[in-house]
Design a protein around this ligand. Sequence first.
Ligand code: GLU
Length: 506
Amino acid sequence: MGSLVIKMRKALISSIITRCNEGGNSMSKLKVRFAPSPTGPLHIGGARSALFNYLAAAHDGGEMVLRIEDTDLERSKREYEDEIIKSLRWLGLEWSEGIDVGGDNGPYRQTERLDIYQQYIDKLLKSGQAYYCFCTEAELEAERQELLSRGELPRYLGKCRSLTGEECETRIKQGEKPVVRFRVPENRVYTVNDLVRGQVNFESSNIGDFIIAKSDGIPTYNFAVVIDDNLMGITDVIRAEEHLSNTPRQLMIYEALGFDTPRFAHISLILGEDHQKMSKRHGATSLMAYREMGYLPEAMFNFLALMGWSPEGEEQILSPEQIIQAFTLDRVSKSPAVFDLDKLNWINQQYLKQKTSGELLDLLKSFIEQGPYAEPFFSLDAAKRNILVEAVRDYLVGLTDITKYLELFFAPPQYEGEALEVLQHEGVKPMLEAFAEQAQDFENPDQAKQVIKAFIKQNGLKPKDVYMPLRSALTGNIHGPELNSLLCIWGKEECRNRINRALSLR
Ligand code: GLU
């Protein structure tokens, strides 16, 4: 992390220099936020948004805030909040301000900021830019149906727009609980100069007066997000494309309150391999499910960064530092990103290859402990564990694959197909019998290799007459990890038992 901090500092200095050259008051550094709603675990799309925010800030030497948007009281849960934080940390993200680290602009949970929102709601009510609305669900639904039947966009037509202050007061005193609606300016075009999507225009006539506070006083997302982004000094709002249509509403609030607007960047959807919106149908959608499947956080970091962003060169395996250095929003694609599992698998394998056996063993430990071969594996001495891990490392796509390979070492072999055929070949039986005689407790794979070599020579055989039949007899398979290592793990007894088992089949 030390070198990351130095690099981030260097990036900050160089960005200050560039910004000075640009002139104007653009000296303020980038400040972004990730603002999840804790209504479920962190999914792949959310993780990618968080990562892009982190990368944009780190590239610029800027800051990131983690804010919890929990105004949906029914669906928000503290355990999801904890899980989201855990997921972000697992991915390797850091933030300088936010829910769990504090900061000058807290609280960072929206339900703890209700009094702040209320001040701004009151301000808009007072200036007439917002008003109380007493329409019932049934009335609103009837209006919706009416507009739909006329082929018009469903929107609020403003029935309560001109209620007087006294009328409202009386109705509130009588126990009615109004919502607060924002008075949408008429005949205006709101333009989002999106850093990813370019200029996008929205006509205010298509947007009805929207609710900014519900009848229980809780603000809506479109309102709270503006207050928070402003008070927290956010310069760049980087979020999922699905929020683009909310942005004109937010621009109206910025305008009404006289706030400066931040820059916006809406990043595209993530699609499954069939080019449909990614959902459970495409496999796991939560980030933690990938951890459970044995993907490494650095592989996920690399993979997610490449989902919608591309560096200049061809290199696909990039360290966080390299990604931070290269990451700019102008290289983020407008078109949807496709979740390519083969690519993730390949990236994960590249990271696994870089691990020392000790590191790999540490990573595999919990997966082995949860599996059925913990007992025989942990009974091996340290040297043998290393031999085993080295023998299978190139076969692992995810860490969970270890169970499949441990089965090869520790479960009785099942003979079928090609292995069974190989065992029927002429000369195999005497060869196996002779080998069983010579089996030893090998110290290391090299010793096993020398003994097999000598055995081939002594008996005037060809390597192919020995390796394939021996592997078939010992494992029930014609492919797999290096035989020398397998022999080493089993030792003489187990090797003989397996050969006898194969011989008894014939
Ligand atoms: N709370 C919103 C969500 O989880 C985030 C919206 C935003 O980033 O503005 O989708």
